[in-house]
Design a protein around this ligand. Structure first.
Ligand code: F6R
Length: 604
């Protein structure tokens, strides 16, 4: 949420900062700005291109800071855009997070004669640091942050110390990049890859002073920290479009590769087992749990719901699934022998992180299914599984969701085999999972039918999604994807729920998308479709290849390959994602960066 980038080195900074912002644009695209010491800040509303147009020739200066914003306090205007400066314009900051006591601080500063231009909490922080700055930037930042309540990923630079960046972290990620021609600061390691793979993640309560060829990390109390750089595994190509028109399309088409990467070295097909190295230290605890509580937000929550269905059905493990934004605030009454599993692509989602911390306070075992290596949640869990899905750039999650479902299949195998799943069943699931990438590769060779259907359904204002059992969460995920990238109003229900109220909305202008593979609830789903057809609503069914009966009850059918039932949700997800994508394209929308959204929701 919001992208931060800073550079101090020997090269001209402004092109480097703009390039960094382009990589970070998915984190927020309401406005953007840069500050190079010795120059006034340059800001623009809208995408980075608008900012780039204002900087036709590079600014002189070999250091600077930059920001791409997802508005929290204050409208997305130029005045509210970062960087924010102090009263005299002698220093500038970029900030992620929320300063909770900014109103009080602002009143105090106003009483000292300080005036404000913007409505933002971040400007208050800039002005506060400015009043405390007497030549020692680190000291000014430290004193200011001691007065602040809230969260921050902060980068500060001053005109009279252009070779020094001060950065601090509390709740919003900051990562340093160590390159041969200088050092960098970013909110996301993906923006550093063009320069270096050597990075250092700051922890909450840590500060760093960074110059061209030096860095020093300290704690809030001024203790020096000796942190060794880590190597990022991702390659720079992974954060580029590689010939696809959009990141979303590229990431959907990466599904076969993502599954391969997720299962690599983790599947023992001839034993019908899975091996998850990251969970090995807690294996005994895991296989004797009374209950697993899965926590996530948005798509990750829906992946958790699929996890619940399959873990209960095939591993016999009782599971609850909780929204991060609820779990953290409610009174939880955990069984001592339960564990909390956070599911998160970014590893930085504030509500998921807070839930994890509250589980820790209750002395529960904490686990993670995390894509972003080195992220806060990955570091704070007792044990976990990395997705290895590679960086996800499109704002709407697609490949990470596929990978999360895949990890849940591995987890079901791992726990299930310890809790009574037969070797035969284990082998069947493992063999099916091993073959899945090939099946999806073939499926993705021809997506024309989805494009055709998308053209037809793009003209509706509403859509209803239904599924049953394993496909109920896929219906929810399908409706979320459609809302996000097409702005069509969409709702989702378990198939049997419609007639308890929501069917009242359906008519010839309100289509139904039904996920209806040939499984043990197929007949029930057909009945639900019939109920809807009786209300004249158009029906688009996602059904199994060769299911000719479906054509008799649905207006349109998209066929999917039949796989083992535990794997079927992975397959039904793909046409859901493509449907949203193609409808978004049909409507001429920016599918990679839907309005009002940002990747990585680090505010609460
Ligand atoms: C939807 C989407 C979001 C995320 C949610 C959690 O397409 O991307 O709903 O799934 O914000 O994010 P992570 O997985 O990073 O915790």
């Amino acid at each position: 949420m919001c992208g931060i980038f800073g550079y101090v080195g020997s090269r001209t900074a402004s092109p480097i900062l703009l390039e960094g912002l382009r990589t970070l644009e998915y984190r927020g695209y309401d406005s953007a700005g840069i500050f190079i010491p010795g120059n006034a800040p340059i800001k623009a509303v809208g995408p980075i291109d608008n900012l780039a147009k204002k900087i036709e020739s590079p600014l002189s200066g070999t250091s600077g800071i930059a920001h791409t914003r997802w508005a929290t306090h204050g409208a997305p205007t130029e005045v509210n855009a970062h960087p924010h400066t102090d009263m005299s314009g002698s220093l500038a900051i970029v900030h992620n997070g929320i300063i909770e006591n900014f109103r009080q601080l602002k009143e105090g500063l106003k009483a000292q004669g300080i005036s404000f231009e913007s409505e933002t909490d971040s400007e208050v922080l800039a002005k506060l640091i400015g009043t405390l700055y007497k030549g020692d930037l680190l000291e000014a930042v430290r004193s200011a942050l001691a007065m602040v309540r809230g969260t921050y990923g902060l980068v500060v630079i001053a005109n009279n110390q252009p070779g020094t960046i001060v950065t601090a972290r509390m709740g919003s990620p900051i990562v340093l990049g160590l390159a041969s021609d200088g050092n960098l600061v970013s909110s996301d390691p993906s923006a550093l890859l063009a320069h270096t793979k050597d990075v250092i993640y700051l922890e909450d309560g840590e500060y760093a002073v960074v110059t061209k060829d030096f860095y020093q990390i300290m704690t809030l109390k001024g203790q020096k920290r000796d942190k060794k750089p880590e190597t990022v595994e991702w390659d720079v190509e992974e954060v580029q479009k590689q010939g696809y028109e959009h990141f979303m399309l590229k990431e959907i088409f990466e599904a076969p590769e993502v599954i391969k990467n997720t299962i690599r070295g983790r599947l023992l097909v001839d034993k019908g087992r899975a091996k998850l190295g990251g969970l090995e230290p807690v294996l005994d605890q895991l296989t004797s749990l009374n209950r697993l509580v899965i926590v996530g937000c948005g798509s990750a929550y829906y992946a958790g719901e699929v996890g619940r269905y399959i873990l209960e059905e095939y591993a016999g493990l009782p599971v609850d699934v909780e929204l991060g934004s609820e779990y953290r605030y409610k009174r939880n009454l955990p069984d001592k022998n339960s564990a909390v599993l956070a599911v998160t692509q970014s590893g930085e989602t504030a509500d998921t992180l807070a839930s994890l911390r509250s589980a820790k306070e209750q002395n529960l075992l904490t686990l993670g299914i995390v894509n972003a290596v080195g992220s806060t949640i990955a570091r704070e869990t007792d044990a976990g599984v990395y997705n290895h899905a590679g960086p996800e750039v499109a704002v709407a999650s697609t490949k990470a969701f596929i990978s999360q479902l895949t990890v849940f299949v591995l987890l079901t195998l791992l726990i299930g085999r310890e809790k009574g799943m037969t070797q035969e069943e284990g082998e069947e699931i493992a063999a099916g999972l091993e073959k899945l990438p090939e099946i999806l590769e073939k499926y993705l060779k021809d997506t024309k039918a989805i494009e055709v259907v998308a053209k037809k359904y793009a003209n509706y204002r509403d859509a209803m999604f239904i599924g049953r059992k394993f496909h109920t969460p896929i219906a929810y995920e399908g409706s979320l994807k459609l809302k996000e990238v097409t702005y069509i109003h969409a709702e989702a229900y378990a198939g049997g729920e419609l007639k308890h109220g929501s069917i009242a909305m359906l008519d010839e202008n309100f289509p139904l998308v039904a996920i209806v593979p040939k499984d043990d609830v197929y007949e029930k789903m057909i009945s639900n479709i019939e109920e809807v057809r009786a209300r004249k609503a158009p029906v688009l069914a996602i059904g199994t290849e060769g299911d000719a009966d479906l054509e008799k009850v649905a207006d349109d059918v998209l066929h999917i390959p039949k796989v083992h039932p535990i794997l079927q949700p992975v397959v039904t997800t793909v046409p859901m994602q493509l449907l949203a994508y193609y409808i978004g394209i049909e409507k001429g929308l920016n599918v990679d960066r839907p309005r009002n959204l940002a990747k990585s929701v680090t505010v609460e």
